[in-house]
Design a protein around this ligand. Sequence first.
Ligand SMILES: Nc1nc2c(c(=O)[nH]1)N[C@H]1C(S)=C(S)[C@@H](COP(=O)(O)O)O[C@H]1N2
Ligand SMILES: [Mo]
Length: 197
Amino acid sequence: MLGKFFQKSSNAESDRVPPGQYLAKGFPVLTYGQTPRIIQEQWQLRVWGLAKEKTFSWADFMAMPQHNFTADFHCVTRWSKLDVQWTGVKVTDFMQQVEIDPQAVHIMEHCYGGYTTNISLEDFLREENFFAHTLFGEPLAEEHGGPLRLVVPHLYAWKSAKWINGLEFLNREDFGFWERNGYHKRGEPWAEERYSM
Ligand SMILES: Nc1nc2c(c(=O)[nH]1)N[C@H]1C(S)=C(S)[C@@H](COP(=O)(O)O)O[C@H]1N2
Ligand SMILES: [Mo]
């Protein structure tokens, strides 16, 4: 398990690596299908369902408060990367501009290219979640989800939608792409919520 793709963790780091995970060298790319190419100026994110429909442009996102974030990243295929450095917009700041129906309890994340993943409203609204456009000080590369992706540090990274372009608010839980194909509906790495039985 060590060698080309994984590295050994120090004691301080190993406290931060969830069970069954190993530290990756570099930052692997994990994409199902093709990488969509999106021109930044044409990028949009639409909100609909149990929320007042609204479309956000790139300029809208740039006008929101910008922050730096350091977060650990855990892929269910067993690699983790600690202290990933991002810049972007907090989900909580973004949500100040979204009017949700009180019946909304769940969200489907939609992406350019057709990928979907579901998340509860409670998991989505966590203070530490953010939309990222910058990775280690560079514009977010296409293969990592540029121009903009979601990052949800407390869940496995398949919930961190790359090329995000929609949030559909729902009154019940629905399943996204991987969840329909056997992944756990929530995906909490410390509880090893990898697959559904
Ligand atoms: N749109 C989209 N988002 C996605 C994926 C994908 O295939 N398509 N893969 C997910 C998975 S399984 C992981 S581990 C992370 C990987 O992000 P990275 O390629 O930047 O490392 O993105 C997640 N977001
Ligand atoms: Mo993943």
